[in-house]
Design a protein around this ligand. Sequence first.
Ligand SMILES: C[S@@+](CC[C@H](N)C(=O)[O-])C[C@H]1O[C@@H](n2cnc3c(N)ncnc32)[C@H](O)[C@@H]1O
Length: 206
Amino acid sequence: MVKKWLNIVYKEKNSTRLKKHYREWADGYDSDLKEWGYAYPSKVKQILEKYITVKKGSKILDAGCGTGYVAEVLKALRYNNIVGIDYSKDMLRVARSKKIYKKLVCESLSKKTSLKGNQFDLVICTGVLTSGHVGPVAIKELIRLTKNKSHLILSISEAIYEKLGFKKEIEKRADEISKIYISKPFIALPNHKSSARSRMYLFQKI
Ligand SMILES: C[S@@+](CC[C@H](N)C(=O)[O-])C[C@H]1O[C@@H](n2cnc3c(N)ncnc32)[C@H](O)[C@@H]1O
């Protein structure tokens, strides 16, 4: 039976069960997302080419990196100092096989991580700040990990931006991050009928 992974993972409310879903989906994730026309990689690329200058050797954190699908774009742009963090060791296994990351860390983003603060020149988090995954609480941690004056690129879907408290959390942190660019809403998975509409958010840590 072909499982409807998109509906399964975004409807799941329990983090332990979600991890089990990703265990099962890990090997099929890339081909599914490719088929569904995953828009985040090209949106990240666009931001890096158009809105900010990030030097090639810069230390980048891919937060909730999954299989490294988005990091493939970073590799193609010749970034080579990338750290990935994700709580699913099965998604990390696929990411590791791509040999893109300097380091992969298996930890949750829902609490303070063991990573040293104020160390990344860029933090990217796509498809993670969403229902059933990681809530607004992670924004504080992502900011902590970012160097002063450096950037964060986040995707957040429209339907949950206010509902789950992302808007409030971002507003609360106005003295820590400033908004540089917010994209127009776009369909994250254009070839999937249940896809969410999302926006890309680019912040600079103050
Ligand atoms: C839809 S995938 C996105 C992966 C990757 N960023 C991408 O754009 O392809 C969501 C990822 O979030 C991870 N995740 C979910 N909850 C998490 C948590 N509490 N801490 C860390 N990672 C989590 C999952 O393991 C999964 O790899």
